[in-house]
Design a protein around this ligand. Structure first.
Ligand code: ADP
Ligand code: MG
Length: 454
C-alpha cells in the first residue's frame, strides 16, 4: 500500500516540478515506512536527502496528507538498499531532517508551522509581483479598506506561500492575540476527512470558525472533492459573515479552476483576486542578489564571479524555487572547490537546470501559437507586411519570445523573417505600453503565456 501512495506522490511531484527535478531528486527515492507520523525515505546519498528535505519537504508532507496519511515529518535514510541478504548487515546511515511539520502553533490551533524565512522583509518586490505584494501588505496591516477574501494566484514557485506566511507573521506581530490559522488545502481536507471518520464534525466546525484569520494555501486541491468543498464553503461564509479575514491561494484564477463550485467562485468575486506573474529578468536578478547576500553569510569563503548572477537570472526560468535551488547549488559547489565560482563553472554545475529552463518555450512554438490564436497565416507572420492585423500579433510574438525564451534580440529578429534587433526592441516597448492600457491585449498575452508555459 505504501509504495502505491508513494508512486502517486511521485507522479504529482513530477507534474509540479518538472521532469528534471523529478529525475534528479524524486525518482531515486523509495518509501521505506510510514509509522508514527514519520515517513522514512531511502535516498541514494545524504546530499540528495538533504536537498529533497529542503526543497520539496513541505510539499511531500502535504501530499501525504492529501493521500489521507498523517505524516508530520520526513526522515531520510541513506546507504545500501537491502537488495540482497549479503548486503543486509550494512547499517544504514540515518539522516534526520527536521521538516516544518503540521503541529499546534501557539494559538493552540492545528495548522502548519510558518516558515520564519518567509516574511515581508525577505520578499523581493518587482513588477510581476508588486500588486500581490501591495494587497498582502494591506491585508496584513488591516487598514480600513480590507480585501476579503484575498485570493492570490499564480504558477508554482512564484511566492504565493511566501506572501501568505509573511501576512501571518505580520498580523501576529501587530496583534499577538489574533488567532491566525494557516494550512494547505490538503491539510484542511485531511482534517475534515478525519472529523468525518471520528464523527467529530462539530468540533471541526467550531475550531475553524473560531479563528480571526484563515489562510488556505493551494485551494485548487479542494476542487472536485464535493464534501470537503461543501464544508469549506460553509466555513468560508461563516467567517466572512463575522468579518473575519480569509486569504486563499491557488495556482490559477478561480474561474479557471475546474470542478470549483460556482457558488464559491462567485463568493470569491466579492474580494480581491491578484495574480503573481512569472518573474522577469529584473526580479530574478533582485531575488538572486538578495539570496546571495544571505548565502554569503553562511558561506563566507565562497566567492561568485561578476556576471554569474546575471547569467543565472537570464537563463533560469521564472520559478523562484528553481532559482533558489540554482543559487544554493552554486554556493555548495563553491565551498567544495574552494575557489571563485566562474561563469564556466556555473554553466557546468547548473547544466541540468539550464537545460530544463531552456527547453521550456521555443520561438517557433510562440510563432505557432500566436498565429493560431489570431488566425493569421505563418507566411504573413514572417513576411514584411505591416497591416495592423498581422503587425500586432507579430509584435506580441516577439514580445513573448523576448520574455519567455533566452534568445537574444538579434536571434529573435532573425526568426521573424530576418528582421533587425531594433524591430524587436520596438515591438517589446510597444506591447509593454499597450498591455497596461488595452485589456484585450493584456488578456491575450496572459492566455498565450499560460498556453505556452503549460
Ligand atoms: P508558491 O507558493 O507560489 O509555489 P513559494 O512561496 O513557495 O511559491 O516560493 C518558492 C520559493 O521562492 C520560496 O522559498 C520563497 O521564499 C521564494 N520566493 C518566491 N518569491 C520570492 C520573492 N519575491 N522574494 C524572495 N523569495 C521569493
Ligand atoms: Mg505554495
Amino acid at each position: 500500500m505504501g509504495t502505491d501512495i508513494w508512486g502517486k506522490i511521485q507522479t504529482k511531484l513530477n507534474q509540479e516540478f518538472g521532469q528534471d527535478a523529478y529525475t534528479n531528486w524524486i525518482k531515486p527515492l523509495t518509501l521505506v515506512s510510514t509509522d508514527a507520523r514519520v515517513a522514512v525515505l531511502q535516498a541514494p546519498t545524504a546530499f540528495i536527502g538533504n536537498w529533497v528535505a529542503r526543497n520539496y519537504g513541505d510539499r511531500i508532507v502535504a501530499l501525504f496528507a492529501g493521500e489521507g496519511l498523517a505524516v508530520d515529518r520526513l526522515e531520510f535514510k541513506t546507504g545500501a538498499i537491502n537488495r540482497t541478504v549479503a548486503e543486509n548487515n550494512a547499517t544504514p546511515v540515518v539522516t534526520k531532517t527536521q521538516i516544518p511539520s503540521i503541529s499546534r502553533n501557539k494559538t493552540g490551533l492545528p495548522g502548519a508551522k510558518l516558515d520564519s524565512r518567509c516574511t515581508f522583509e525577505t520578499f523581493v518586490v518587482g513588477k510581476p509581483n508588486e500588486l500581490a505584494h501591495a494587497a498582502a501588505r494591506r491585508v496584513a496591516e488591516g487598514g480600513p479598506v480590507s480585501f476579503n477574501p484575498l485570493f492570490l494566484y499564480g504558477g508554482v514557485g512564484l511566492g504565493k506561500t511566501h506572501l501568505m506566511h509573511a501576512i501571518a507573521w505580520e498580523i501576529q506581530e501587530r496583534n499577538p492575540e489574533a488567532k491566525v490559522l494557516y494550512l494547505s488545502a490538503e491539510q484542511f481536507m485531511y482534517k475534515f476527512v478525519q472529523a468525518l471518520r471520528f464523527k467529530d464534525t462539530i468540533s471541526f466546525k467550531e475550531m475553524f470558525r473560531s479563528v480571526d484569520v484563515l489562510m488556505v494555501d493551494d485551494v485548487q486541491f479542494i476542487a472536485g472533492k464535493d464534501s470537503t468543498q461543501d464544508e469549506f464553503f460553509h466555513t468560508f461564509n461563516a467567517l466572512i459573515d463575522q468579518n473575519k479575514q480569509i486569504i486563499l491561494s491557488a495556482d490559477r484564477a478561480p474561474g479557471e479552476i475546474e470542478g470549483l463550485e460556482e457558488r464559491i467562485k462567485s463568493r470569491l468575486q466579492w474580494g480581491l483576486c491578484v495574480d503573481l506573474h512569472p518573474t522577469d529578468y529584473e526580479l530574478r536578478l533582485g531575488i538572486l542578489q538578495s539570496k546571495a547576500e544571505q548565502q554569503a553569510v553562511l558561506n563566507p569563503n565562497v566567492e561568485i564571479a561578476d556576471g554569474v548572477l546575471e547569467f543565472v537570472a537570464h537563463r533560469v526560468s521564472s520559478n523562484v524555487r528553481v532559482l533558489e535551488g540554482a543559487l544554493i547549488r552554486l554556493f555548495a559547489f563553491g565551498s567544495l572547490v574552494g575557489r571563485q565560482v566562474t561563469l564556466d563553472m556555473a554553466t557546468e554545475c547548473l547544466a541540468d537546470i539550464l537545460r530544463a529552463s531552456d527547453k521550456k518555450v521555443t520561438v517557433d512554438e510562440i510563432i505557432r501559437k500566436v498565429t493560431d490564436h489570431y488566425n493569421i497565416r505563418m507566411t504573413d507572420m514572417l513576411s514584411p507586411r505591416r497591416a495592423r492585423s498581422v503587425a500586432r500579433p507579430r509584435q506580441m510574438a516577439m514580445y513573448l519570445a523576448k520574455k519567455l525564451t533566452s534568445k537574444s534580440l538579434p536571434e529573435i529578429g532573425r526568426r521573424f523573417g530576418g528582421r533587425d534587433h531594433t524591430t524587436v526592441i520596438h515591438a517589446v516597448k510597444k506591447i509593454e505600453e499597450l498591455r497596461s492600457v488595452d485589456n484585450q491585449i493584456a488578456e491575450d498575452l496572459e492566455l498565450l503565456r499560460r498556453m505556452l508555459e503549460a
